[in-house]
Design a protein around this ligand. Structure first.
Ligand SMILES: Nc1nc2c(c(=O)[nH]1)N[C@H]1C(S)=C(S)[C@@H](COP(=O)(O)O)O[C@H]1N2
Ligand SMILES: [Mo]
Length: 520
């Protein structure tokens, strides 16, 4: 019984610590909270293979799973410390403080840490948590009145237990209140950013995109929508708390090697420039063959090459000495892109708009980079705030340090959207359809094979641009029984999508997508 009460004390103390940390972090910085800070440190230290596995299994929920895992570990620590404290009250309290120090070290070590203040949430939380544990255990251990009768001692003990229950409940209730207050303060903090997004009106573009050809969308049920709505667009990043940047305070600095005229621009500066509108399909290097981490949107932005040229940057092919452009986001992410690709005439953008809206916070508000033809981790920095020109020899960006390739053009890929795996279509004509992509090269051919039969050319839907994916369909005369459908694409350089399966690490998955169905 006493052991259980010790465990309860530990949990109440842990809850109080987290609640206070939440409250203080709302005031310091939402990213400085212990769970987010430790989570971020864990993300940065996770081996590439494990991270890839997490993305594959939990998808965009990987962050939630990580934070729940940290909470579970904390709860376990709190339980153990609570039980230990029954015997060694000071040691239990000291254990809580130690956990606080771990949180503080993690918070101040984050790449986006703003200074020593980032240690405050963890330290304040731990101090209060230690105090709560110390007091609660004290109530549990208070000896019964020595001079009392047996009945008297029993009632004194009851009284102590009652005091414990009252104190523990009060602490739990106060923690819940503090936690809720912290949450709402955090939300209020983000409200200036939300207001700046709401009031942002995207100016008319001087160079609108041509309308999407009507025939770009295959009219077969189950095929992906040609334009991915913002709410359905895949999200991959390391941010446990989505950065909320106030657009009016946002600045982008362009500087570094061979930048003759370094510049700092505001959002208004960007919006006063010529804006272009382009359809670009973005793909994640962690996308498995047949996977969902690919999306297509109509973006509005300024051409990054123009800005670089104004800053005096030349690509290596015209004598420039910087071959790598490193973009840095407000949360410390670094993304390295070949300067040559950005300046070779393709529509590399500093994007401000996505499908007619200002960028959603999840997708990089107020400004992100996009380079057609390159995987996101080498081109698509969200919440961008700094661009430094350097060389690939001199600097490795975030993912490169973790084993991914320095350069990563998107591989030619194709996906069967319908029929779904293990579908049971009726014999007769079954429409097989899906998407194929080879950004900035374009798709020239898609073929489908049934079992080990010959390759049949699919019908290509209209092409929007060579920077977007292309849909395809194939009417299959399906015969009864189990069948494997396989797809392959050929890009405009004539290269046929390889059949050799390779892992996503280091530069994107290779191989063909297959779907097994049973025709009835
Ligand atoms: N700041 C920041 N930008 C980032 C990332 C990130 O983790 N942090 N991830 C990159 C990766 S790996 C991809 S695939 C794209 C995904 O963009 P999306 O989430 O808008 O689809 O963003 C890129 N930009
Ligand atoms: Mo990615």
């Amino acid at each position: 019984m006493l052991g259980a009460l010790g465990a309860v004390s530990g949990l109440v103390a842990g809850g109080a610590a987290l609640a206070v940390a939440e409250l203080v972090s709302a005031w310091v910085r939402p990213q400085a909270g212990p769970v987010v800070a430790v989570g971020g440190a864990a993300v940065d230290r996770t081996p590439a293979a494990v991270k890839d596995w997490a993305i594959r299994h939990f998808g965009t929920n990987d962050k939630l799973v990580l934070q729940l895992g940290i909470l579970a570990v904390l709860a376990l620590c709190a339980l153990v410390l609570g039980v230990c404290a029954l015997r060694h009250r000071r040691a239990g309290a000291a254990g809580v403080l130690l956990i606080g120090v771990v949180g503080a070290v993690a918070a101040t070590g984050r790449p986006d840490a703003s200074g020593p203040a980032d240690a405050l949430p963890s330290l304040a939380g731990a101090l209060l948590g230690a105090l709560v544990l110390y007091v609660l255990i004290g109530l549990l251990r208070r000896p019964a009145n020595t001079g009392a009768t047996r009945e008297g001692s029993a009632s004194a003990k009851d009284w102590d237990r009652r005091q414990f229950v009252i104190a523990a409940s009060a602490a739990a209730a106060a923690s819940a209140g503090a936690g809720a207050l912290g949450r709402s303060l955090s939300t209020a903090r983000g409200s200036s950013a939300a207001a700046s997004r709401k009031s942002l009106v995207l100016p008319a573009t001087g160079s609108p995109a041509a309308p999407v050809p009507e025939r770009a969308q295959v009219r077969v049920a189950g095929v992906t929508s040609f334009i991915t709505p913002n709410g359905a667009f895949y999200r991959v990043d390391t941010a446990l708390v989505v950065p909320k940047v106030d657009a009016s305070a946002w600045r982008l600095r362009i500087h570094g090697r061979s930048v003759r005229r370094p510049m700092t621009v505001s959002l208004d500066d960007l919006l006063r420039r010529e804006l272009v509108e382009r359809d670009i399909t973005l793909t994640c290097v962690s996308n498995e063959v047949g996977g969902p981490y690919v999306g297509n949107a109509r973006w509005i932005g300024v051409r990054l090459a123009d800005l670089l040229a104004e800053a005096g940057v030349r690509p290596p092919s015209r004598g420039g000495t910087a071959d790598q452009l490193v973009a840095r986001s407000v949360d410390g992410m670094t993304i390295g892109t070949p300067v040559e690709d950005v300046m070779d005439g393709r529509d590399a953008l500093l994007a401000v708009g996505m499908n007619g809206q200002p960028l959603p916070f999840e997708h990089g508000f107020p400004v992100r980079m996009l380079v057609p033809g390159l995987y996101g981790y080498v081109s698509a920095c969200k919440w961008i705030t700094d661009i430094v020109l350097t060389t690939f020899d001199a600097y490795d960006s975030y993912w490169v340090k973790r084993g991914w390739a320095r350069k990563a053009p998107i591989k030619t890929q194709s996906r069967i959207d319908t029929p779904k795996p293990f579908a049971r279509p009726r014999a007769g004509t079954v429409m097989v359809a899906g998407v194929a992509w080879a950004q900035h090269r374009g798709i020239d051919k898609v073929e489908v094979r049934v079992d080990d039969g010959p390759w049949h050319e699919a019908t290509l839907a209209a092409e929007d641009t060579r920077d977007t994916w292309r849909q395809w369909s194939f009417p299959w005369q399906a015969t009864k029984g189990g069948h494997t459908l396989t797809v392959r694409a050929t890009d405009r350089t004539g290269r046929v999508q390889t059949g050799r399966r390779t892992r996503t690490i280091p530069d994107g998955a290779g191989g063909r997508h297959s779907v097994v169905v049973t025709v009835e």
